[in-house]
Every structure is written in C-alpha cells, then in structure tokens.
Design a protein around this ligand. Structure first.
Ligand code: NI
Length: 169
C-alpha cells in the first residue's frame, strides 16, 4: 500500500537541500517513488521531487496526462540546453508554494538524461510540457525554487503569506 507523504512548504529550509545521486536501485527506491506518485496525485500535482517530501535523493515523479494515468519516474535526471533553443515563458505552480503561480522563462529545447527504477540509462529530447516541468523538478533537486526567479519583494510577500498560514494551523 502506498502512503501519503508530507510535502514541505516554502520557506522550509529543508527545501534548500541539494539532493544526492541515487546509486542503489532497490525496493526502497521503488517504494518511495510509489509513495511520491500517490502523494502527487492526492495533491493534484503534475510533478514532485523527492526533496519536497524531505528525501534528499535525485528522484522525480511526474504525470502530464489529462487522464492522470501515465506515471513517469526519473532517477538522476539531468539536462543540457540545446544550442538552438528559444526562451519561453510558462505559468508554473508548485506544491511546495501553494497559491503562487508565476510566469517563468526557461529554454524550450533540452537534452534530457535519466535512469529508470532498474538503473537503465535513457536519453531524449523531450517535447511540450515535459521540457519545462523537468527543469522545474531538477531545480528542486538543487534546492532551487520558483520564487528564486522573481524579485526579492515578491518572494518576501509569498514568504510572509505562507508563514501566516502556517502559524494559523
Ligand atoms: Ni515544485
């Protein structure tokens, strides 16, 4: 049975942890990825990085399908920006920053590498949403958040609002 994990909320300093590379492709990695997918679906999210559930390894889960039936798991994901890329702006949200949606500018063409749960290496040039979402999730593994792309003023505003919500609980 999968279980629901607690999602860390900004400005929790644990969200700033840089995740470690996965080198053991065992049952506990599979279990964690299943729990993360369960947690992501439960929260109605499209992507979740292990960092967000306070597990500091390079693991990301995602489902970009409308029907919510195409779970994807990326172990040790990394990317290079392709030379012929353009910059595109896309409105992003984040389960760790509830109520904050923001246009973020990112390159629209990358070469993505990752391993699956069996440790098999994959490489692709993704299209569409995956290009943007995986950059957002890999940011999490580096301890980086959407709020780092906006002005300090805006960031402080989000921080105080979320702290207020947190203290009210
Ligand atoms: Ni996020």
């Amino acid at each position: 049975m999968s279980k629901k994990l607690k999602i860390l909320i900004f400005p929790d300093p644990k969200l700033r942890t840089v995740a470690k590379k996965v080198d053991k492709f065992d049952k506990s990695l599979k279990n964690l990825s299943e729990d993360m997918l369960f947690t992501m679906y439960d929260a109605n999210g499209i992507g979740l990085a292990a960092t967000q559930v306070d597990k500091h390894i390079r693991l990301v889960v995602m489902d970009l399908s409308e029907e919510r039936n195409e779970p994807m798991v990326f172990v040790n994901p990394e990317y290079n920006v392709n030379k012929d890329h353009n910059l595109i702006e896309f409105e992003e949200g984040c389960l760790s920053i509830p109520g904050f949606n923001q246009n973020i500018t990112r390159p629209d063409s990358i070469e993505l590498k990752w391993q699956d749960l069996d440790g098999i290496q994959h490489t692709t040039t993704p299209e569409g949403m995956l290009t943007i979402c995986i950059q957002h999730e890999i940011d999490h593994l580096e301890g980086k958040l959407m709020v780092d792309y906006v002005s300090a003023l805006k960031r402080d505003r989000v921080r105080s609002r979320l702290l207020k919500d947190f203290n009210r609980k």
